[in-house]
Design a protein around this ligand. Structure first.
Ligand SMILES: *Cc1c(COP(=O)(O)O)cnc(C)c1O
Length: 227
């Protein structure tokens, strides 16, 4: 079914938007099936799980880290990760910079914003993002590059609320682009949209959609992985 699901989802992806197959909790066989159908962008939210999958799967895969990242786990992904979507503190960005330097790499990152009305989700608000971007510590970082923003909408059936939240994130991107990234063409990514809401996200300007269950089927969540 993965191949069929992928074809179906791919048909709905707008021009200029990249589809990330979110393969967290799924076995490598499932990723291989998506790979064989042409998928090259995979998203994972646990560093050790990403490392294990990276080790055995083809090397032309672009790995996107989309989950909460602990500083002591960066080392498992720093050598190959293409984009970290979940930067939510200066401290984390500094830690990524340090691990990237060890590999002689510049790692692309997104600032994760809290746009949902739920309390629990991670992410910055605009004041925190501005404090980060205007800090002397940030200016010193040579091995990370901020290329955009990421956010997750509220898990709700209220399509208007979801749309407003995506619009808010797009607005943050516009403000930051003008104020901190003038002339930096690379600050262009807006990572928003999942299986249930990616079509709204694309209408609101998403450039990266993170789609899991619509491609791989529902996940089992009963075992919290210690990562
Ligand atoms: C799991 C996850 C997704 C994909 O969710 P689906 O609803 O399965 O498409 C997208 N983004 C993040 C940050 C996730 O953790």
């Amino acid at each position: 079914m993965i191949k069929e699901n992928l074809a179906q989802v791919s048909r709905t992806i707008a021009d200029g938007v990249r589809l990330i197959a979110v393969s967290k909790t799924k076995p490598v066989e499932d990723l291989q099936e998506a790979y064989d159908a042409g998928m090259r962008l995979f998203g994972e939210n646990k560093a050790l799980e990403m490392r294990d999958k990276h080790e055995v799967l083809p090397k032309d895969i672009e790995w996107h880290f989309i989950g909460h990242l602990q500083t002591n786990k960066i080392k498992y992904i720093a050598g190959y990760v293409s984009l970290i979507h979940s930067i939510d503190s200066l401290n984390l960005l500094q830690a990524v910079n340090k691990e990237a330097a060890k590999h002689g790499r510049v790692i692309d990152c997104l600032l994760q914003f809290h746009i949902a009305s739920e309390e629990t989700k991670f992410g910055l608000d605009m004041n925190e993002a501005e404090a980060l971007l205007s800090s002397a510590e940030y200016a010193e970082l040579k091995n990370v590059r901020i290329v955009g923003v990421m956010g997750m909408a509220t898990n709700t059936d209220d399509r208007d609320l979801i749309r407003r939240e995506f619009r808010t994130l797009k607005g943050y991107h516009t403000q930051l682009a003008e104020k901190y990234f003038a002339g930096c063409a690379e600050f262009k990514e807006i990572s928003m949209g999942m299986s249930g809401d990616y079509e709204i996200a694309m209408q609101e300007g998403s450039t990266l959609v993170r789609v899991g269950s619509a491609i791989f089927g529902a996940r089992n969540y009963n075992i919290p992985v210690n990562d």
